[in-house]
Design a protein around this ligand. Structure first.
Ligand code: ADP
Length: 168
């Protein structure tokens, strides 16, 4: 499995799936979530609403999938990261679940490429260094048959620096 780092906007990425750092309502929000719904159009929100009506809200650490509307990606995998509250063990486990469940979902759909934002490191205030370490470790440990490429999309300079170092 190839691991790649890109600096930029995840809504522009041509991958089989891009991952959204959603919130448990699945109804959109700020940050990358807002950007994905804005660029992807209303089809994504309509599918999120259908998922909610079927299964209720999405718990932290879990992942669900929709199509990608007007985005160049084929699917959006929505996962809910933990809000950082200083409980390092608990939050780390939940963040790991986000990466693992998203990868598992991509794997079960037979997808070859998946792009991740830096989940929880924006509005949810997870320390970036620790979040990066968990993200890279979880991806490297994932046993995959189908996934050929994982792209970490860093939006801010600090995350880009952190991921460059981690992937060196
Ligand atoms: P969370 O609530 O999980 O913290 P945010 O969207 O606030 O989610 O932030 C998660 C990460 O996504 C942050 O590192 C932020 O810089 C980044 N981000 C914001 N907009 C985009 C975008 N368009 N593409 C990729 N990453 C983005």
């Amino acid at each position: 499995m190839e691991i790649k780092l890109i600096k930029g906007d995840i809504t522009k990425i041509h991958a089989d799936a891009i991952v959204n750092a959603a919130n448990s309502s699945l109804l959109g929000g700020g940050g990358v979530d807002g950007a994905i719904h804005r660029a992807g159009g209303k089809q994504i929100l309509e599918e999120c609403i259908r998922i909610r009506n079927r299964q209720g809200k999405c718990n932290t650490g879990e992942a669900v999938v929709t199509s990608a509307g007007n985005l160049p990606a084929k699917y959006v995998i929505h996962t809910v990261g933990p809000v950082w509250n200083g409980e390092e063990d608990k939050s780390s486990k939940l963040l790991k679940q986000c990466y693992k469940n998203s990868l598992q979902l991509a794997e079960s759909l037979g997808l070859k490429t998946i792009a991740f934002p830096n989940i929880s490191t924006g509005i949810y205030k997870f320390p970036k260094e620790l979040a990066g370490k968990i993200a890279v470790e979880t991806v490297k440990n994932f046993q995959s048959e189908n996934i050929e490429k994982v792209i970490f999309v860093c939006f801010d300079d600090e995350n880009e620096r952190i991921y460059k170092k981690l992937l060196d």
